[in-house]
Design a protein around this ligand. Structure first.
Ligand SMILES: Cc1cc2nc3c(=O)[nH]c(=O)nc-3n(C[C@H](O)[C@H](O)[C@H](O)COP(=O)(O)OP(=O)(O)OC[C@H]3O[C@@H](n4cnc5c(N)ncnc54)[C@H](O)[C@@H]3O)c2cc1C
Length: 454
């Protein structure tokens, strides 16, 4: 049959893979279960500005994301984060402490006690340990307890909505583990890298944060327009059946079961959904994928009259678990993108694998809980003028100690079949840029495999 590719899932991973394959000249059909494209990337309009639901800022951290933005003609529309949003805060003993911008400034910062700062330097003398361990075990062993509690714990709550005890250091903080293995010390490795960076040619990407005037959803919309008739919305894939020379992808749309044929299938849905779909085809891979846990997160958006509540300086704050509070942190949206908002806007994050039970609360109770925390931390006395909430029951995949084994099983299935492929944020990084780079790679693998079959 002609080279036709079915893509299951219209989040950023599926969209990018489908776009690249269409660009190459293949016939593509993308099936998305929801009414709209984007998956975790959504936008909402509240008061006088648009809210980023899901990712609020994206980092210019690899070439794949900037190439995509150029190819979609969106470069001129980029909204760079305000310089002042480089300031980030950590809650310590109930007060916000600014994180030092440079590692050497950490020596003067009140974020760690003097004894904790001295303990960090023991890293130079501690021998490397097991090939993998949890982030918590790794950080405590090399740097001591305080950096784990007041730096790494809040950082992982803000990125993975995770606890350091649940994540594999090799899968999550690979660079630190590599420094340990190659240089015998994380600090030694980091210093060597900083020195080398001074003489290396400048990277093509700036590591600056950005979005678009309509939020990152502008990218989803542009991808949707580029794919146009090749997208089926409200089309939930329920089965994938092997035939001698093709795959049959069965989906339910408007209550009716339909199907299409494809020579290649890309699974770009969350891991639990892929696990369900591949169960009859590859039971071992299905079992492995089912083992990837996801943390739940609620995002609560609060809008205030700017004249009464000015936007505070900075990106936002993170809350260490040791502070025993009910929120993971908050982002100061209107400080990051001041031109986008006429009001002051905050996003508060609740839940994660730290407190998943909080997502059982009603919207009203979550709102009250988040407001108490926000008011206490930022010393606010006014009531918000608008409010919205978004719940993600499976927000972010957690890369645990079994993660590499799971990825190996998936890669082996790709090699064996040569016509089933997998991408998504459960593989190769959870950030939007990492997910885009990985979807690009998946498309390239398919192009190489299909062109080779001629
Ligand atoms: C609250 C939150 C905040 C975040 N903040 C940031 C940030 O600031 N910066 C950053 O870089 N990243 C951030 N991320 C991470 C990033 O947004 C995600 O990792 C990324 O968008 C995931 O893309 P994906 O395509 O892998 O998966 P998804 O977006 O989950 O897409 C999967 C798609 O598959 C569809 N699907 C599922 N089952 C089926 C089926 N049977 N048939 C058809 N379709 C199906 C789903 O409906 C969905 O649309 C955040 C994530 C969350 C949840």
């Amino acid at each position: 049959m002609a080279k036709k590719i079915a893509v299951i899932g219209g989040g950023i991973a599926g969209l990018v893979a489908a776009f690249r394959l269409k660009q190459h000249g293949f016939a593509v059909t993308l099936l998305e279960a929801a009414e709209a494209l984007g998956g975790k990337i959504q936008t909402r309009h509240l008061a006088q500005g648009c809210l980023d639901v899901g990712p609020n800022t994206v980092l210019e951290s690899n070439e794949a994301i900037m190439r995509l933005i150029s190819d979609l003609g969106l470069r001129k529309k980029i909204l760079w984060a305000d310089d002042s949003s480089a300031s980030r805060f950590i809650l310590k003993d109930g007060n916000l402490v600014e994180l030092p911008a440079k590692p050497q400034q950490m020596l003067l910062s009140p974020i760690l006690s003097l004894s904790a700062k001295l303990r960090v330097f023991l890293d130079f003398f501690i021998p490397p340990a097991a090939p993998d361990e949890t982030v918590a075990a790794f950080i405590e062993r090399r740097f001591g307890r305080e950096p784990l509690e007041y730096l790494v714990n809040p950082f992982l709550a803000g990125t993975y909505a995770a606890r350091p005890d649940d994540l594999s250091v090799s899968a999550t903080l690979k660079q630190l583990k590599t420094f340990e293995r190659e240089h015998g010390s994380v600090l030694k490795g980091a210093f060597k890298q900083m020195k080398a960076a001074k003489t290396e040619p400048k990277k093509k990407f700036s590591r600056k944060m950005f979005s678009f005037s309509g939020g990152f959803y502008d990218v989803v919309q542009a991808l949707g327009q580029a794919l146009h008739d090749d997208v089926l919305l409200s089309a939930e894939v329920v089965r994938v059946i092997r035939h001698p020379r093709s795959w049959e992808v069965c989906y339910v749309q408007a209550g009716k079961e339909k199907s299409l044929r494809a020579s290649v299938v890309i699974f770009a849905a969350p891991a639990p959904e892929i696990s369900r779909l591949v169960k009859p085809l590859a039971p071992d891979v299905s079992k492995a994928l089912a083992e990837i846990p996801y943390s739940p997160v609620a995002q609560l958006f609060f809008v205030y009259d700017k004249l009464r509540v000015p936007s505070p300086k900075g990106f936002g704050f993170l809350v260490p678990e040791a502070e025993n509070r009910d929120i993971l942190g908050a982002v100061f949206n209107s400080s990051i993108f001041p031109t986008r908002y006429e009001d002051t806007v905050f996003t508060v994050f609740v839940g994660g694998s730290r407190q998943p039970e909080l997502l059982k609360l009603s919207d009203d109770d979550l709102r009250s809980l988040a407001l108490i925390e926000l008011n206490a931390t930022l010393n606010l006395h006014d009531a918000p003028t608008a409010f919205a909430i978004e719940r993600w029951t499976q927000a972010i995949p957690q890369y645990g100690l079994a993660h590499q084994k799971i990825l190996d099983a998936v890669a082996a299935l790709e090699m064996e079949t040569e016509d089933l492929f997998f991408c998504g944020n459960w593989r190769g990084g959870i950030s939007v840029p990492d997910t885009i780079a990985q979807a690009d790679d998946t498309a390239q693998k398919i192009i190489a495999a299909l062109d080779h079959r001629d």
